[in-house]
Design a binder for this molecule. Structure first.
Ligand code: CA
Length: 437
């Protein structure tokens, strides 16, 4: 496994320099007024972590001034997401008791003297908890299965995605038409990390890297939940994966309790977008088998992040969620730039828990999917959820991009993965069409 450093690119170096400058200015603003203050310090306001989306027309200098203004207005610990023109900071919670006027003057503006002054911030929202998209993310230890004999594992998902229609033919290979197996494509998986020692990943060598979202609390990319390891096994596992030729970076955003932070997730998306912008000839995929309910009111910062990341030339594959309802109510799948995936079963029916509706782009296998088990370096385990469907699509997208050896548009990618003959759960099935070679 290779080491991975987010700060290796010029863009990352620029971000670090800007962050240092902002922190320096913020400290100066924080210290100078206090030096002259003689009165007892007032009770500090209650603070919370907020995400801010700055207008895309706001240049780097403008962005810096916005963050400095917020720092001067009492926000601390700014985390800059420059590839997305977003930032996060711990800020005083606005006083909603003042009614509509107070809400309008919340973190979307900063207080100068006695007035609130609008800034280039176009949207803001508090941090939230993010969950992986599997109904039963942590099976009991007894559910782990021993290494099975070769050929004895039911990899029905791989069987399904190389043929237009049922019945399953027992053939799981795509090498005839997609010999690159995703080589040259870089897939970033933002999830619970990875057990990089698992035998399903041994063939990857330096093509597998493990890291954490910048600024997140995790000391390393170890998978305590088992979810990320399973997802990556479906993308790139030597036996269980759709596209074992890809380059994979596991970006840990979820801990063992599956209580990921939206801010950490956006930090990860920003880092991937920065990487994609610095590697303009590499096809890049972002696989997100996680999410949360779409905010019923106010802005959706996660959808904003996914849509803005697309400007870096990457494609985001999302799980539709497992609420058994309308996928438009879950984020980030409803985001326009996302390729949103519903889960189908071996009969081509919609998986019982899968979300569906007009915000679905494609369907893919998502019930009883066998892949790498993080608890044992040779074991496999079956899991169910749209979390398992999305990596099938990330894998198929990698197969397509590997043969193209170039970036393509979202429309071109969807067209290359779907065909009128292949339908599952009422949606286009994402499949590796053997007639395209
Ligand atoms: Ca087949």
């Amino acid at each position: 496994m290779a080491l991975f450093c987010w700060r290796s690119s010029p863009a990352a170096t620029a971000r670090a320099a800007l962050a240092a400058a902002v922190v320096t200015i913020a400290i100066a603003r924080a210290v100078l007024p206090h030096a002259a203050a003689a009165a007892p310090a007032p009770k500090p306001p209650r603070t919370a972590m907020f995400l801010f989306a700055v207008q895309l027309s706001c240049t780097a200098a403008c962005f810096e001034s916005v963050v400095v203004n917020y720092s001067g207005a009492g926000c601390t610990g700014a985390r800059l997401f420059l590839s997305l023109n977003m930032f996060a900071a711990a800020c005083p919670v606005p006083d909603y008791r003042g009614g509509r006027r107070a809400v309008a003057g919340g973190p979307g503006s900063v207080r100068t003297s006695r007035r609130r002054v609008p800034t280039a911030v176009e949207a803001w929202a508090p941090d939230e908890v993010v969950h992986v998209s599997a109904p039963a993310p942590v099976p009991p230890a007894a559910a782990a299965v021993a290494p099975p004999p070769a050929g004895a594992v039911d990899l029905w998902g791989l069987d399904r995605i190389n043929q237009a229609a049922l019945p399953l033919d027992g053939n799981t290979s795509t090498s005839g038409c997609y010999p690159a197996a995703g080589a040259g494509v870089h897939v970033f998986v933002l999830d619970s990390g990875i057990n990089a020692q698992h035998a399903q990943f041994a063939h990857l060598g330096d093509r597998l890297t493990a890291t954490v979202a910048p600024g997140s609390p995790f000391p390393d990319g170890t998978d305590e939940l088992g979810h990320g390891t399973h997802v990556i096994g479906t993308i790139a596992g030597v036996d269980t994966g759709v596209a074992p030729g890809v380059n994979v970076t596991s970006v840990k955003t979820q801990g063992g309790a599956d209580d990921g932070s939206l801010v950490d997730l956006v930090a990860g998306i920003d880092a991937v977008a920065g990487w994609a912008a610095a590697s303009p000839t590499t096809p890049v995929l972002l696989s997100l088998s996680l999410g949360l309910s779409r905010p019923p009111f106010g802005p959706d910062m996660l959808a904003t992040a996914v849509n803005r990341a697309a400007a870096s030339g990457l494609h985001t594959i999302t799980s539709a969620g497992n609420g058994g309802g309308d996928a438009c109510g879950a984020t980030p799948g409803w985001a326009g730039a996302a390729i949103n995936v519903a889960a189908s079963d071996p009969t081509d029916a919609l998986a019982p828990a899968s979300n569906s509706g007009p915000c679905i782009d494609v369907a893919a296998p998502g019930t009883d999917i066998v892949s790498a088990d993080a608890r044992n370096v040779t074991a496999l385990v079956g899991r169910t959820g749209t979390s398992m469907a999305a990596p099938h699509v990330a894998g198929v997208a990698a197969l397509v991009l590997g043969e193209a050896a170039a970036r393509v548009t979202r429309g071109e990618l969807l067209a290359a993965m779907t065909d009128a003959r292949a339908v599952a759960a009422g949606f286009p099935l994402a499949w590796a069409n053997p007639d395209r070679c």
